[in-house]
Ligand binder design. Structure first.
Ligand code: ZN
Ligand code: ZN
Length: 246
């Protein structure tokens, strides 16, 4: 499985990164988790065709995770997409999503593909979708609004994406995680609703985790300084346009 990082930035406006958005790809099946920045350009840079993208999953409805959707749909229409697009969101955000689609008048564009909204309950552990040998499930993240973390299973390997969250005991329950993609809005500072790199290293059993990729990063935070202090080399500071294989 290839994990393409379209953006790795936090909600704070930054000059180095687009907001966090990640595409999981395997066997020609592509799932985009959150939509920020210029999604069409970024997907093309990863050779993911707009007509091929299978699903979008929204972890939550904070602006930094959703604002790229109009641009994505507009690009799909211009490229004459025919394949239905599934959009997954928490049931508590369905009305907002439908209102937003109607505000952008998506249903009036002469698009030749259907937009199918599927809802889930982000407070529970539940399977969302399967495709290309990947199975996506959600679990409750600890944030200021309903937010899902995601588990992606592929080829007997487990990838976990924290979503926007405080340190989450649910993540600590895994006996093994091959790759943990975790938000680190700050390097050291402890702030409600989010996590820091120092907390991640202190509060999870890092021995049980193969690699840790930090995302949702803020400019001017001393991530590199903190990573240099670590005895382990399993921590990767996320960068826009990088791809990791799991
Ligand atoms: Zn965010
Ligand atoms: Zn958020």
């Amino acid at each position: 499985m290839d994990i393409h990082f379209l953006g790795t930035g936090s909600a704070y406006p930054g000059s180095e990164r687009d907001n966090t958005s990640i595409c999981f790809s395997n066997d020609g099946y592509h799932v985009l988790v959150d939509v920020s920045g210029n999604p069409c350009r970024k997907l093309k840079q990863f050779q993911v065709e707009l007509v091929e993208l299978d699903a979008v999953v929204f972890t939550h409805f904070h602006i930094d995770h959703i604002y790229g959707l109009p641009s994505l749909l507009w690009g799909m229409w211009l490229e004459d997409r025919r394949k239905p697009l599934k959009i997954y969101c928490d049931h508590r955000n369905e009305k907002k999503l439908q209102e937003w689609l109607s505000t952008m008048e998506a249903h009036q564009w002469p698009i030749a593909f259907s937009i199918d909204v599927e809802t889930f309950d982000g407070d529970r552990d539940m399977e969302l979708l399967s495709g290309g040998g990947m199975t996506f499930s959600c679990f409750k993240a600890l944030h200021s609004v309903p937010t899902a973390g995601l588990e992606v299973r592929c080829d007997d390997r487990i990838t976990v994406y924290s979503g926007d969250t405080e340190i989450n005991a649910r993540i600590g329950e895994y006996a093994h995680i091959d790759m943990l993609i975790h938000e680190a809005t700050s390097a050291r500072r402890v702030a409600g609703n989010h996590s820091s790199l120092v907390e991640i290293m202190e509060k999870y059993d890092v021995e049980r985790i193969g690699k840790i990729v930090l995302v949702h990063l803020s400019d001017q935070e001393p991530y590199e300084e903190e990573v240099e202090k670590l005895v382990t080399s399993k921590v990767i500071i996320g960068e826009d346009l990088m791809t990791q294989k799991v």
